[in-house]
Design a protein around this ligand. Structure first.
Ligand SMILES: Cc1ncc(COP(=O)(O)O)c(C=O)c1O
Ligand SMILES: N[C@@H](CCCC[NH3+])C(=O)O
Length: 483
C-alpha cells in the first residue's frame, strides 16, 4: 500500500523539503553528516520518518499538525499518536502478506498500545487483536474488535480470565503449559463450552534481541518445551472442553534479522508433521509478533521478508496462518513531547544534564532496556543549532531515570521543547505514577486534525482511591500536620 503522503510538507529528506521552500535555510549548512557509531543527526532522523518534518515557522510537524500547537494547548509531557502512520504501516504489512495462497490474519498485540482510539484505527483497517489479560480482552472488545478476531496469549491466565474469554467467544487461547491446559479444561467443562486451543511452543531459538525481551529460549518462562509439545498436543486433543486447533510461537521482540524466525518456523513445521503423523489435525499456526523497528540506525524488520520467511517455512502445510505484531505497527506512530526544565552543569569538563519534564515513569524503555530513542527539538532554529554532548535525564529520583548518556544534540536550553521519537509502542502503556507524577495527556493527529484522546491525569486522582483506616491514630500527627 501507499506510504503516507503530505503534499504541503512531506519531507522524504530535508533537502527535498528545503527545495519546497518550507524549511529554514540553515538546515542544509548545519546538518552534519553522520559517521558510523555517531548519533544520527536531525536530518538523518527526519529522513526516515515520513510523518515528521521540520518547518521554518511551525517547527516540528507530525502529519500536518505543528507539535508546538499541541504543547501550547496542553503543556508537556504529552504523548502524540499519528493515525495516518498507523494506517500506512498496517497497509504495508497487510499488503506484504497478500497475494499468496495462504491468507494471514493480523492480530495487533494490544500490549504495545492499548488506547481505544489506536485499536479503533487498526480495527478499521481490518486488524484483530492479541491480548494477554482480561483487561486487554475487554479493552479490545470495547474498541469494537469482536472476540472471534481475538487470540489470548500469556503465561498465566486466571480461571476468571479464561471464563471471560470463553463466554465472549474468543477465537483462540494460546496455552503455555500442561498445568494451564488442565485448568482451562476444567473451566471450559464447568462453562459447558469448548475452548479453541493453540499450544504455544518454546523452540529454544535465540532471537538475537535484548535479554529482557527474548521469549523463545529454553531459559525463558514462555511456551511449552519443544520436545514435550507433541505429547501435550495429543493430551490436549483428548481432554474434555478442549478443541486443539493448532500451534503458536513468539520468540521475542525487536527482531530485525530473519534468520531466527526461519529457524523457529522450520522447527514449527517439523512439529506439525510429527503431530499429524499421529493422526491429529493442526489447522492454525500463529507465528507471533516481534518484528523490529529502527530506533537509531538499525534496519527495521521488513514485513515482506517476514512474509517470505513464513510462507517459505510454513506455507505448504495447508493451515491458516496468523501473526501478532505490536511494535512494528505502533512504535513509529508515536512521539512523547517534553520540555527542558533546566540545563544543569556537569563536573568540570563533563557534559551538562538536560533535565526534562518527562521521566522514566512516562517512558520506561531507556531505564529498563537502555533503549535509544531519537530526540528532535520542536523549534526550527534549535533543530539545526550546533551539536553538543549532553546527558538527557528526567527529574525522578533514580539515576536510571536517564533518556540518554553522552547524546549528540543541538544546543537546547531551559524551556526548549523536544520530541522523543518512536514511542508509540511500549510507551504510554508502561507508564506509572512513580514519584506522584500524574499520567501524561495523550493526543491523536490525523492529517491536519488533532484531538485529545486522554486527559492529563489530575493530581488529586493519584490518591483518590487511597483509604486511611480509621484506626490510624491521627492524634499523633503534629498540630498543623507540617514539618
Ligand atoms: C505473545 C506475544 N505476541 C506478540 C507480541 C508483540 O511483540 P512485538 O511488539 O515485538 O511485535 C508479544 C510481545 O513481545 C508477545 O508476548
Ligand atoms: N516492553 C518491551 C517489549 C516487550 C514485549 C512484550 N513481550 C519494549 O518496550 O521493548
Amino acid at each position: 500500500m501507499t506510504d503516507l503522503c503530505f503534499p504541503s510538507f512531506h519531507a522524504s529528506s530535508t533537502l527535498e523539503a528545503a527545495e519546497q521552500g518550507g524549511i529554514v535555510a540553515a538546515i542544509m549548512a548545519d546538518a552534519p553528516l553522520t559517521c558510523p557509531g555517531q548519533d544520527p543527526s536531525v536530518s538523518d532522523l527526519l529522513a526516515v520518518r515520513p510523518a515528521l518534518s521540520m518547518h521554518a515557522v511551525d517547527g516540528l510537524v507530525l502529519e500536518d499538525v505543528p507539535l508546538n500547537a499541541i504543547a501550547d494547548a496542553l503543556g508537556t509531557p504529552t504523548w502524540v499518536m499519528s493515525a495516518g502512520t498507523l494506517r500506512a504501516r498496517y497497509r504495508r504489512l497487510a499488503t506484504a502478506f497478500e497475494g499468496t495462497d495462504t491468507p494471514v490474519s493480523i492480530h495487533f498485540a494490544v500490549k504495545a498500545n492499548d488506547h481505544l482510539a489506536v485499536l479503533r484505527v487498526l480495527a478499521a483497517e481490518g486488524a484483530g487483536a492479541d491480548v494477554v489479560s482480561g483487561g486487554e480482552l475487554r479493552r479490545a472488545m470495547a474498541a469494537g474488535i469482536p472476540a472471534c478476531r481475538i487470540v489470548f496469549s500469556g503465561v498465566g491466565k486466571t480461571a476468571d480470565e479464561m471464563r471471560l474469554a470463553l463466554r465472549a467467544g474468543i477465537a483462540q487461547i494460546n496455552v503455555e503449559s500442561a498445568e494451564e491446559l488442565d485448568l482451562l479444561s476444567a473451566v471450559a467443562v464447568d462453562e459447558g463450552l469448548d475452548a479453541p486451543v493453540a499450544l504455544r511452543i518454546n523452540p529454544d531459538v535465540d532471537a538475537g534481541t535484548h535479554a529482557k525481551i527474548t521469549t523463545g529460549l529454553a531459559t525463558n518462562k514462555f511456551g511449552i518445551p519443544y520436545n514435550r509439545a507433541a505429547d501435550l498436543y495429543a493430551h490436549a486433543a483428548a481432554l474434555p472442553g478442549i478443541r486443539a486447533v493448532g500451534l503458536a510461537m513468539h520468540i521475542g521482540s525487536q527482531i530485525t534479522r530473519m534468520q531466527p524466525y526461519r529457524t523457529a518456523y522450520a522447527k514449527l513445521a517439523e512439529l506439525v508433521r510429527t503431530i499429524r503423523a499421529r493422526g491429529l489435525a493442526v489447522d492454525v499456526l500463529d507465528c507471533g509478533g516481534g518484528l523490529g523497528i529502527s530506533y537509531r540506525d538499525e534496519s527495521e524488520g521488513a514485513p515482506e521478508a517476514l512474509a517470505s520467511a513464513i510462507h517459505t517455512e510454513l506455507g505448504d502445510l495447508g493451515t491458516r496462518l496468523a501473526i501478532e505484531p505490536g511494535r512494528w505497527l505502533a512504535g513509529p506512530a508515536g512521539v512523547l513531547l517534553s520540555t527542558v526544565i533546566l540545563r544543569k552543569s556537569g563536573y568540570d569538563g563533563m557534559p551538562p544534564f538536560l533535565v526534562l519534564d518527562a521521566a522514566m515513569n512516562d517512558l520506561m524503555r531507556p531505564s529498563l532496556y537502555d533503549a535509544w530513542h531519537g530526540i528532535l527539538p520542536l523549534s526550527p532554529t534549535e533543530a539545526f543549532a550546533p551539536v553538543e554532548q549532553v546527558h538527557v535525564v528526567g527529574p525522578v529520583c533514580e539515576s536510571g531515570d536517564t533518556f540518554g548518556h553522552d547524546r549528540s544534540l543541538p544546543h537546547m536550553k531551559a524551556g526548549s521543547r523536544l520530541a522523543l521519537l518512536d514511542c508509540g509502542a511500549y510507551g504510554m502503556v508502561m507508564s506509572s505514577t512513580y514519584n506522584a507524577r500524574p499520567l501524561a495527556a495523550q493526543v491523536m493527529v490525523d492529517g491536519n486534525r488533532w484531538s485529545v484522546i486522554r486527559d492529563r491525569q489530575q493530581t488529586e486522582a493519584l490518591w483518590a482511591a487511597d483509604r486511611i483506616p480509621e484506626w490510624v491514630d491521627t492524634a499523633l500527627l503534629p498540630a498543623g500536620g507540617g514539618l
